[in-house]
Design a protein around this ligand. Structure first.
Ligand SMILES: NC(=O)c1ccc[n+]([C@@H]2O[C@H](COP(=O)([O-])OP(=O)(O)OC[C@H]3O[C@@H](n4cnc5c(N)ncnc54)[C@H](O)[C@@H]3O)[C@@H](O)[C@H]2O)c1
Length: 318
């Protein structure tokens, strides 16, 4: 239904970030015509793209909330498809709630306007499991109500609605992929915006005790990043405009069980520090991936194996 990605010039926003840089690598591996990555380096690092740049990826430091950045890109390159990964990390919404919200909405509105003007053909927008909030029924399929608990997730939910509305109003080719919690190499481990898996691994590598916020009973569905990006490139061929799909393993895991597994793999037998629960923390994410399996044949890396590869990457980083 869509032209093959291999014949296309593709823009990845947030392309120097965690998932974006793996998507760039995957697109290069597929042999697409040209990949362009744009990132304002809020959290992303150009170093995540070193190999990709060596293989012809063009990197531009720029902000997709600034229309002039996008108009430059669309004038300069004949872009066919945009994968919109740009965001500011969920934890940032506790520091600057308005900016976190606005990044998640302004960027996609700009991209939808350029799509409406015919500057490119297809938008693949990245939503998040966070738009669902805590499970009101399980497993959570794509019909689960959107009950965001943070301004990050509220901005993401608004972005989903905007994509759906633009498709209905203007018959555009835009669709939504909705990853659950990703992990793997290159995920941010530094500062206040670090994610739980890289934070725990780097603490253990530094000889520090891991930390759990709240009871540790809160659950997430952890999926290896390579599985996510390969699912997305397959979904590109089959997911209709206006539609959305969860990208998840359908294996929820408590944070306590996750930390226990990391400690086991890293041979740590010491104390685990308990910290107060984070406000607005989602308590249960138990995903349904039935729709994903109806659409494609995803590869799902077993958690133990994915964590081992991730630990190895951070160990080599030290
Ligand atoms: N990591 C996960 O577990 C997860 C789960 C569900 C959904 N997602 C979604 O996947 C996408 C990628 O997430 P990620 O984990 O790679 O995050 P990330 O923070 O590693 O990457 C996002 C990138 O966007 C860049 N960015 C921020 N604001 C920008 C702007 N205005 N213009 C250009 N670039 C900007 C950042 O510098 C960063 O490199 C996001 O849309 C996120 O909501 C991620």
């Amino acid at each position: 239904m869509r032209d093959s990605l291999t014949n296309q010039t593709i823009l990845v926003t947030g392309g120097a970030g965690f998932i974006g840089s793996h998507l760039v690598d995957q697109l290069i591996q597929l042999g697409v015509k040209q990949v362009i990555a744009v990132d304002n380096l809020f959290l992303g690092k150009e170093a995540n793209l070193t190999e990709a740049i060596n293989h012809g990826c063009i990197f531009l430091q720029g902000d997709i909330e600034v229309a002039a950045t996008l108009s430059f890109l669309f004038n300069e390159y004949s872009i066919d498809t945009v994968f919109n990964c740009a965001t500011k990390a969920l934890n940032y919404s506790f520091i600057n709630p308005a900016d976190a919200y606005q990044t998640n909405t302004n960027g996609v509105i700009n991209l939808l306007e350029y799509l409406r003007q015919g500057q490119y053909k297809t938008l693949c927008h990245f939503s998040t499991s966070e738009v669902y909030g805590t499970a009101v029924y399980e497993p959570m399929d794509e019909q689960h109500p959107r009950n965001p608990t943070t301004t990050y997730a509220a901005g993401k939910a608004a972005a989903d609605l905007a994509v759906e509305a633009y498709v209905r109003m203007f018959d555009l080719d835009a669709f939504i992929v909705r990853p659950f919690n990703n992990y793997g190499p290159r995920q941010n481990y530094q500062g206040q915006l670090a994610s739980i898996i890289p934070l725990t691994i780097t603490r253990l590598l530094a000889g520090e005790a891991p930390e759990i916020h709240g009871t540790g009973e809160q659950s997430r569905d952890f999926i290896y990043v390579n599985d996510t990006v390969s699912a997305i490139t397959q979904l590109y061929d089959v997911l209709p405009a206006g539609d959305s799909v969860n990208i998840a393993t359908q294996n929820q895991l408590s944070i306590k069980a996750l930390i226990t597994e990391l400690c086991e793999q890293m041979d740590y037998h010491g104390e685990i520090i308990t910290k107060p629960a984070r406000p607005a923390d989602v308590t249960a994410h138990n995903a349904s991936n039935q729709k994903l399996y109806r659409l494609i044949n995803p590869s799902i890396t077993p958690l133990k194996k994915g964590l081992a590869k991730t630990i190895e990457w951070y160990t080599l980083l030290e």
